[in-house]
Design a protein around this ligand. Structure first.
Ligand SMILES: [Zn+2]
Length: 203
């Protein structure tokens, strides 16, 4: 009973922290003194929201946080590294060049994480590898948390099909807060389907 109450509070706290971090990050982006400061603040917000997203998934899965620190850190790093494609597309290490591109850079296309997720899921099913399955969800969580946050400014880009309109602000904050719940639900559906196929993974 006490444990259940504590879990509920932890979920609520993490959900609210994701929302608060996103809003705080947007303030930093709006009121930052100069371009490098704004870029660093924005990127750290992406990383923090990514890390918190996976932390909440771990809590929802009722797995120990300490034993999952590496995947939390992977999600944190991956959510940050996505923005490196700005520099690759600009072929320059200058912040100004990286933030003034004509087109959105390739890792900002939401089709990429979906394709990667399918690829890793198929690989994990073929080789019965829980690590590959785990990797597929970490990739999806980090990319989606990043893309949803960018989506409030520029919409979601599903190349080659096109982009959605910018996500309304409060919808973006709500989506960021509920993304871990949606992913956890999808993960449990996938595990359930595997169990029914007699392919039980050692979790
Ligand atoms: Zn970005």
């Amino acid at each position: 009973m006490w444990r259940e109450g504590r879990e509920l509070w932890l979920r609520a706290l993490l959900t609210c922290t994701i929302g608060a971090c996103s809003i705080l990050g947007d303030f930093g982006l709006k009121y930052g003194k100069n371009e490098p400061e704004r870029a660093v603040f924005d990127n750290m917000t992406h990383a923090t929201v990514g890390g918190l997203t996976w932390t909440l998934i771990v809590v929802l899965s009722r797995k120990p946080l300490v034993r999952n620190l590496s995947s939390i850190f992977s999600c944190f790093l991956l959510a940050s590294f996505i923005d490196l494609d700005h520099f690759i597309a600009a072929r320059s290490w200058h912040i100004h060049d990286a933030t003034h591109l004509q087109k959105r850079p390739f890792l900002h296309c939401t089709t990429v994480p979906i394709a990667l997720w399918i690829f890793f899921i198929v690989l994990s099913n073929t080789f019965h590898s829980p690590i590959l399955e785990h990797t597929s969800w970490v990739i999806l969580a980090s990319f989606l948390s990043h893309h949803i946050r960018d989506g409030t400014r520029r919409g979601l880009w599903f190349c080659p099909f096109g982009s959605t309109r910018p996500i309304p602000y409060y919808l973006y904050v709500s989506l960021s807060m509920f993304l871990p719940y949606i992913l956890y639900w999808l993960m449990s559906l996938h595990t359930f389907a595997e169990k029914n196929n007699g392919n039980t993974l050692d979790k």
